[in-house]
Ligand binder design. Structure first.
Ligand SMILES: C=C(O[C@@H]1C=C(C(=O)O)C=C[C@H]1O)C(=O)O
Ligand SMILES: [Mg+2]
Length: 453
């Protein structure tokens, strides 16, 4: 078991070696880790498809179960590891990949019990595909002097993994069938939406996002590699993420960037307000145009943009913010979308921004603390990592986090899907239920589910 950092007296040494490889599929590389690294992998592909990351094995884990300071703890330990342990100048930066729980104060026992409030890893074998170039790095983190023998062993293992990935196409697994489908806590969900709508009308809060979950049971275990592969085909215009922990994998295809930092430039996005896609281009256009002027959806959206703008005002300068939202059309749904950009003021880090932004009113509500408390009390479930930040950071402090929606937790023969929506004074429980049904679609298709139910 790799040791985690944090002990002041231990000096870790971080050894790396990178090679460039030609012709390597990220999905096949992930699958090559099936035998030895299952439960210790991650997958990432950005929306623009200019960056793909795969991690196999844990060279190092940084995690905590804190309610407070969970972001700064990860931040500090990662900086420490990079600054004091990483001895060489490296051409491909090591990546720290992981995620946070939506609400570490939620104590409901659930499928998420083994996920701490923050969980990040440095992979033993890291694949980075950038601008069509693929690099595989070995990471070896130890308290001892480098052991030539151990490193040589890792090189052999790396070559085996690359070879396996190059010669094999993605296995076509026998397709598991869904044998049971359960709308979990449906009554509780509908009651929560109605109750929250009332409380909003009484001016207790302005907006609260209420979510629900679907549980699928298959006749045999669903392969993690296949699930990620299917999700990327179902929703190619989204980010793709996967994070394994022991026998589970949290994964999804989300359209929503929380925050990206690259060379001091910061980008975030306000995405809230939704309508389905039309059956034909005329209906689709009408629905989109209707969304752009719909007061209920514009209201949902504005809380998000205002809050992100406040955070940017604190952490950034040269802020660019369009005056009105545009449409983001993805396969099953269209959203109101406002991109926000700025330049990071000095001395602020990506993790500080993640902390300041999570949860935005797109996933929590307005005001934030009150909304999170209402979610904790009225959803009757534990969101785990759903609707929470998931992403990566490199040794320079650049990186990107998305909001883990349009997502599911896969556990062998079971999958738990999650979806929610922003409740405002004008919400109706029937329409909100319908909106979550549309949001479940990409993940349902990923698992071979039927859409007409
Ligand atoms: C909460 C979800 O989505 C969020 C809620 C939206 C809405 O209510 O209109 C739209 C996009 C997301 O910010 C989800 O997909 O589960
Ligand atoms: Mg909505």
């Amino acid at each position: 078991m790799p040791k985690t950092t944090g002990h002041k007296n231990t000096t870790l040494r971080f050894y790396t070696e990178t090679i460039e490889v030609s012709r390597l599929s990220a999905h096949a590389f992930f699958e090559a880790g099936d035998e030895k690294y299952k439960g210790k992998r991650f997958f990432w592909e950005n929306k623009e498809k200019t960056l793909t990351l795969v991690g196999l094995g844990h060279a190092h884990i940084i995690s905590n179960n804190y309610k407070e300071n969970r972001y700064s703890d990860i931040d500090t330990k990662w900086k420490e590891l990079c600054q004091s342990s990483l001895k060489e100048v490296v051409d491909v930066s090591p990546i720290l990949f992981g995620g946070f729980a939506f609400d570490p104060s939620n104590k409901i026992s659930s499928e998420w019990d083994t996920f701490p409030s923050a969980f990040f890893t440095v992979a033993t074998f890291q694949l980075v595909i950038r601008n069509e170039q693929a690099f595989v790095s070995i990471h070896y983190i130890t308290e001892e002097q480098e052991s030539a023998e151990a490193f040589e062993h890792l090189r052999i293992e790396r070559d085996t993994l690359i070879h396996t990935a190059q010669v094999k196409e993605l296995k076509v697994h026998e397709k598991p069938e869904i044998i049971e489908r359960e709308d979990r806590l449906k009554e509780e969900y509908l009651n929560a939406v109605e109750d929250v709508t009332k409380r909003i009308k009484q001016d207790e809060v302005k907006k609260v996002v209420i979510g629900r979950s679907l549980k699928l049971t298959f006749n045999h275990a669903f392969s993690a590699a296949t699930a990620i592969y299917n999700a990327s085909n179902e929703q190619p215009e989204s980010y793709l993420f996967g994070l394994e922990k022991e026998d589970k994998m949290f994964f999804g295809a989300t359209p929503e960037r929380l925050v990206k930092v690259e060379k001091g430039q910061v980008q975030s996005s306000g995405i809230a307000g939704s309508v389905k896609r039309g059956k034909n281009s005329i209906e689709d256009k009408q629905l989109g145009e209707g969304l752009l002027v719909d007061s209920k959806n514009l209201g949902e959206h504005k809380y998000v943009v205002d809050m992100i703008q406040q955070v940017f005002t604190k952490y950034c300068e040269d802020i660019k913010l369009p005056s009105r939202p545009k449409l983001m059309k993805i396969r099953d749904i269209q959203h109101l979308f406002t991109p926000i950009e700025g330049r990071l003021k000095q001395d602020s880090s990506l993790f500080e921004l993640v902390e300041a932004l999570h949860p935005t009113p797109a996933l929590g509500g307005e005001p934030r603390m009150e909304a999170v408390k209402i979610i904790r009390e009225s959803e009757h479930m534990n969101r785990g990592y759903y609707a929470a930040p998931i992403g990566w950071i490199n040794s320079e402090g650049d990186g990107e986090f998305v909001v883990g929606i349009r997502s599911a937790l896969l556990e062998n023969q079971h999958a738990y899907l999650y979806a929610g929506g922003g409740i405002v004074a004008e919400s109706s429980s029937i329409d909100e239920f319908e909106e979550t049904r549309v949001k479940f679609r990409p993940m349902l298709r990923t698992f071979g589910g039927k859409m007409n139910e």
